[in-house]
Design a protein around this ligand. Structure first.
Ligand SMILES: [Zn+2]
Length: 137
């Protein structure tokens, strides 16, 4: 499974997860909302430079992540094509698949750091990757 880091227009960071494999509805990507404030204005490109805390300006240092944005976008596009979006039920669905209560399929969605830790403890396999919009006009 893969986890994307997203940020809404109010600055809430959250994660989107998926597991490699099955059919996907592309509308799901546009349906992602902030789990904190329900904003639909979600930045799916968390590669923007970090805003420095404490008043100091962050130097505009190019990062390897930014350079890899093209590859990430391609990856995200494949995810969107091949995975089922399960929203904030990611941890629940991933666990059911892991324990054989659901037939194996590819999913992605949001999960909290706590849920991620629990899944790792239970041996559920997943990945986290930064989310980049499938298209960038
Ligand atoms: Zn928010």
């Amino acid at each position: 499974m893969i986890l994307f880091n997203l940020r809404c227009n109010s600055g809430h960071d959250f994660d989107v997860w998926f597991k490699d494999g099955a059919a996907y509805d592309s509308r799901a990507v546009g349906a992602i909302r902030c789990p904190v404030c329900d904003s639909a204005e979600v930045a799916k490109a968390p590669m923007a430079p970090r805003i420095a805390r404490g008043g100091r300006e962050a130097p505009p240092t190019p990062t390897p992540e930014v350079a890899a944005t093209g590859q990430l976008r391609e990856l995200c596009r494949k995810i969107a094509e091949n995975c089922d979006y399960v929203g904030d039920r990611f941890a629940e669905e991933a666990r059911k698949i892991h324990y054989g209560e659901r037939k194996p399929r590819s999913i992605y969605g949001e999960a909290s750091q706590t849920e991620a830790g629990e899944l790792r403890d239970e041996g559920v396999e997943f990945h986290r990757v930064p989310w980049v919009p499938p298209t960038n006009s």
